[in-house]
Design a protein around this ligand. Structure first.
Ligand SMILES: Cc1cc2nc3c(=O)[nH]c(=O)nc-3n(C[C@H](O)[C@H](O)[C@H](O)COP(=O)(O)O)c2cc1C
Length: 252
């Protein structure tokens, strides 16, 4: 089964090298419009998008993320979970307290920002643009918050570099569906599952054959390495969430 939408979705790959051509105002507005038409939890539209065009701010983001190539992107967005805007809707003398500080609403803002991000990725790809989503803005969350003057009840979720691709990387093969899509109940994975072994071989071949940064790697290896990263590297995230007014203790 195939159509242009599926072709775009199934052809996805992150792009990290751009021609340097800037996106037009119309392209930027089209991507934002695609984000706005994504589903949004309780129709609260609890996210904001910041376009970063200031070269000094882009340089700071390059330093924080370790991705100097983002400065050559056609456009850069910061996707922000945002309950602050909705809090402004409460009348000044209201006696009721809002639930916007709750963990539930923090997650809703993160869902909204993330779903909007993917809509922008796909919209961009449908226009021939490439992009990379960046969680690495959270390498220094407090600095990102102050760089963009993010008020309370907001939180930077992802960066998004978009531009005209100057590379066509190999697609990264995904896990076989049997390992991620279950019927009616969860199916635990055994590390020696032959389906996983076959996938590991596929990933090894991918890392051997791809254009750049070739290495010897299985999916199992890769995932274990990711799991072994010291969580202290990003412990500031919790500090930042509390600083931004999210209570995180309301669900106990
Ligand atoms: C939430 C999220 C955060 C990500 N953060 C980064 C990042 O900081 N830097 C980066 O180069 N890629 C980042 N990526 C892109 C992933 O590395 C990429 O999607 C994954 O390796 C699969 O490759 P593909 O997108 O080319 O299929 C991120 C993707 C997601 C969904």
């Amino acid at each position: 089964m195939i159509n242009p939408t599926l072709t775009t979705l199934l052809d996805h790959r992150s792009i990290r090298k751009f021609t340097g051509e800037k996106l037009t105002a119309n392209e930027v507005s089209t991507l934002v419009s695609a984000a706005q038409h994504a589903a949004t939890s309780t129709f609260s539209q609890q996210y904001s998008i910041i376009s970063v065009t200031d070269p000094q701010k882009l340089a700071v983001l390059a330093e924080i993320t370790g991705h100097s190539w983002l400065e050559g992107a056609g456009h850069y967005f910061i996707m922000v979970a945002d309950q602050y805007r909705n809090e402004q809707l409460t009348p000044p003398n209201a006696t009721t307290t809002t639930n916007l500080h709750s963990t539930d609403k923090l997650l809703a803002g993160i869902f909204d920002a993330a779903i909007a991000t993917e809509a922008m990725v796909t919209a961009g790809e449908s226009l021939g643009l490439g992009s990379t989503v960046m969680g690495s803005i959270l390498n220094d969350t407090l600095r990102v918050i102050s760089l963009f003057n993010l008020p309370e009840l907001t939180f930077p979720v992802l960066g998004l570099a978009v531009g005209h691709p100057a590379e066509q990387p190999e697609q990264k093969p995904r896990l076989p569906q049997e390992l991620i899509h279950f019927n009616n109940e969860y199916q635990p994975l055994m590390a020696n599952d032959p389906i996983l072994t076959a996938y590991n071989q596929l990933i090894t071949a991918y890392y051997h054959e791809r254009g750049g940064n070739r290495r010897d790697e299985t999916f199992t290896h890769h995932t274990i390495r990711e799991m072994s990263r010291d969580p202290k590297q990003r412990e500031e995230i919790l500090v930042a969430l509390i600083q931004q007014g999210f209570s995180l203790d309301d669900m106990h």
